[in-house]
Design a protein around this ligand. Structure first.
Ligand SMILES: *Cc1c(COP(=O)(O)O)cnc(C)c1O
Length: 386
């Protein structure tokens, strides 16, 4: 007895948690600054924490009404029908649902290199093949229509990431529209907006069929009270081949609960009922998600803090950094593995991007003011010593 041939699958190894690193270094976990997983350094909304406590007595029931309530709240937020909200066990779970719903065995998907590993993993779990389009460091990892279309070969799903992980680069809605228009009718363009709250750019939800125009634009406007942040000129469309991925793991600060969703075109939204794992978004996750969604002050504070930190890193790190729309900054060093290891010894955990195919880059998550200043100071000391 053997599992099927899994040799094309890459084994995923999560970065080590604070406790593990602290134990290894003989340090108190509180002395460590963990800036390696793009988590919210301010923690969850206090309302979410309260909701988690409140739900403790009722976790003997399957998540039913909480799931409905959260889907309805998200549908209202985006101005779409509730069936267009594919709630899942993390954004990763929503990626699985899309692969399940779209891929016939042997069909291919197109992903960026460098890029988010789970697109390819999920496609392979669902018996798909994986092709890549390159993003070039020389162009600042610009995501142009050409970079995607030159590599495009009628794949079933094209994954775009904006802001992009790990580079921070963004894609304009015009570019998304151009890619959707110039790819086959049967190709889904999925825009992964896991970091959508941290950018001023409008969400690609405005390109998806079924939106009624009442929803918001997904960014968190920390400057003005206006809803669309001045995006009145951004394109809108009614495409049945553009879907959007969002998550509660980043700006909303509940990564540990695993909650995310896709917004899909109205025409095939019903497929959810045929592909979703029953009750995959847990009762605790749904209740906390509802509370987190309502606590706009916490999200605004988190986004404002991330914007401060990424500016601070651009200005103060003594090395080249990429322009970022996310809650992290990619930074060019000579040897990422060495630098990450030396930083870790000094209590700063960052992401060595070798596994992204970028052995000369580290990715630093936006921390609190104190954490960010300490990380930048430590990094600069280290770079100065070389
Ligand atoms: C974090 C992330 C996700 C989703 O993560 P979940 O924790 O599964 O919601 C999706 N795409 C990108 C690019 C990410 O960085």
């Amino acid at each position: 007895m053997h599992p099927r041939d899994l040799s094309a699958h890459t084994a995923y190894e999560a970065g080590r948690g604070v406790e593990e690193v602290a134990r290894e270094l003989g340090l108190d976990p509180d002395e460590l600054v963990k800036l390696s997983s793009n988590e919210n350094p301010h923690g969850p909304s206090p309302d979410a924490t309260e909701a988690i406590h409140d739900v403790a007595d009722s976790v003997h029931v399957y998540p039913k009404s909480s799931h409905t309530d959260l889907v309805e709240a998200l549908a209202r937020k985006w101005g779409v029908a509730p069936r267009q909200v594919w709630l899942a066990n993390g954004g990763d779970g929503a990626l699985d649902y899309l692969a399940r719903a779209l891929l016939d065995p042997g069909e291919a998907v197109l992903v960026s290199d460098p890029g988010f590993a789970y697109y390819a993993m999920s496609a392979r779990y669902h018996h798909g093949r994986v092709n890549e389009y390159p993003l070039s460091k020389a162009d600042g990892f610009a995501q142009t229509a050409e970079s995607v279309l030159d590599a495009y070969d009628s794949e079933r799903i094209v994954y775009l990431t904006s802001p992009h992980n790990p580079t921070g680069s963004e894609i304009s809605l015009d570019t998304v529209l151009e890619i959707a228009a110039r790819t086959d009718e049967g190709t889904l363009v999925l825009v992964d907006e896991a970091y959508g709250e941290f950018t001023d750019a409008p969400s690609a939800v405005r390109l998806t069929e079924g939106r009624d125009g009442t929803g918001d634009d997904g960014g968190i406007d920390t400057n003005t009270a206006s809803h669309d942040g001045g995006n009145g000129d951004a394109p809108t469309a009614e495409r049945d081949d553009v879907a959007v991925l969002r998550t509660f793991s980043k700006a909303y600060g509940i990564a540990g609960l695993r909650l995310g969703y896709a917004i899909v075109p109205e025409g095939w939204a019903e497929a959810y009922l045929r592909v979703n794992t029953p009750f995959a978004a847990s009762e605790v996750a749904c209740r906390a998600g509802l509370a987190a969604l309502s606590d706009t002050a916490h999200v605004e504070r988190s986004v404002e803090s991330a914007r401060w930190a990424r500016e601070y890193m651009h200005e103060h790190i003594d090395a080249r950094t990429c322009e970022s729309g996310g809650n992290f900054v990619l930074c060019e060093v000579e040897n990422a593995a060495d630098v990450a290891a030396s930083l870790r010894e000094r209590g700063i955990i960052v992401r060595d991007c070798s596994s992204f195919g970028l052995p000369e880059c580290i990715r630093i998550t936006c921390g609190t003011r104190e954490g960010t200043r300490r990380a930048v100071g430590t990094l600069n000391d280290l770079l100065g010593d070389r």
